[in-house]
Ligand binder design. Structure first.
Ligand code: UDP
Length: 327
């Protein structure tokens, strides 16, 4: 298929673009390089620098589908600058959808998020794995803006026959060969811990140790970027005109911040000092996915699910010179 990958110079977009190229698809990566890196676009894919709000000309070349990753994606930043998130994530996607309709491109795989759910429902006193049928009550503008896109996609499937699949990611981590997380301002837990092991930082801050969890730190569900990317290829094939399907993507197992630090210590052999800090605004205590639906309906099977493997792959990639500078 001839495919457009928006955000194809970013972490997840570049891994998906690489797997699509490996599968023989004709891939164009569109990225404004606001947070991505041109050298992250896999060889074998065409790179176009530009905004999703100006994709009409490109789409008029004729594409079979769009995989849409380009977005603002930091919870903390979204709390500080909500309008930026509404404008980029919802406004940008509406412009992209208009351009798709005008040029007759009907297939879309959308990068959604666990943040659409907000605080998970309680099962007795314990939170349980989140299902796609659970209520969506985002606790930050990032999650709210992504939920607004999901709502739009459902409407457009009914109104215009759009063939859409949203994948709601939990915590994506690890690396795929040379493709790894490279953010100018790194906010994510695993890359920040590995910076300590690399000697780039003295310690890692633990954002809150008074949450209602076993050790007081937040629990998250970490999914390997290679497994997550594979789900996009399955989703692409599953897109059906007039429907919008939503699937969670996680491992089904939660790890606390302290447990993640411990695994990183084992993998790197570094002591990794921690400093207890205040809670980060907008962070729910526990987010764990049920991925039963995508396993059952699309046959997705995570092959690199263990946290040790995820951290080991991230650790290997950030020591590989071909990855380029971690800026
Ligand atoms: N976290 C932390 N220290 C850091 C970065 C993150 O304690 O330097 C915590 C954060 O509060 C959250 C978890 O680690 O509970 C995962 O955060 P991350 O930013 O990696 O992903 P998110 O869950 O926000 O998508």
């Amino acid at each position: 298929m001839k495919l457009l990958v928006t955000g194809g110079a970013g972490y997840i977009g570049s891994v998906v673009a690489a797997q699509l190229v490996e599968e023989g698809h004709d891939v164009t990566a569109l990225d404004d390089l606001s947070t991505g890196h041109a050298d992250a676009v896999p060889s074998g894919a065409r790179f176009v620098e530009g905004s999703i709000t100006e994709a009409r000309g490109l789409l008029s070349e004729g594409f079979d589908g769009v995989l849409h990753f380009a977005a603002k994606s930091l919870v903390g930043e979204s709390v500080e600058k909500p309008a930026l998130y509404w404008s980029h994530n919802l406004g940008g996607t509406l412009a992209l959808l208009d351009a798709m309709r005008e040029t007759g491109v009907n297939r879309l795989v959308f990068s959604s998020t666990a943040a659409t759910y907000g605080e998970p429902p309680l099962d007795g006193t314990r939170s349980r794995a989140i299902l796609e049928t659970d209520p969506t009550r985002p606790t930050n503008p990032y999650g709210a803006s992504k939920l607004a896109v999901d709502t739009t996609l459902t409407a457009f499937a009914g109104l215009y026959g759009l063939a859409a699949v949203s994948l709601r990611y939990f915590n994506v981590a690890g690396a795929y060969g040379r493709f790894r997380e490279r953010h100018a301002v790194e906010t994510h837990l695993i890359p920040n811990i590995l910076k300590v092991a690399l000697g780039e930082r003295e310690s890692v801050s633990v954002f809150g140790d008074d949450y209602p969890t076993a050790d007081g730190t937040c629990v998250r569900d970490y999914v390997h970027v290679a497994d997550l990317a594979r789900a996009h290829l399955l989703a692409l094939d599953a897109c059906t005109a007039g429907t919008h399907e939503i699937f969670n993507l996680g491992s089904g197992t939660g790890f606390s911040v302290k447990e993640v630090v411990d695994v990183c210590r084992q993998v790197t052999g570094h002591e990794i000092p921690t400093v207890a800090g205040p809670r980060r605004p907008g962070d729910p205590a526990v987010l764990v996915a049920s991925s039963d639906k995508i396993q059952r309906e699309l046959g997705w099977k995570p092959g690199r699910a263990s946290l040790e493997t995820i951290v080991a792959d991230a650790w290997a990639a950030c020591q590989t010179p071909e990855s380029g500078p971690a800026v």
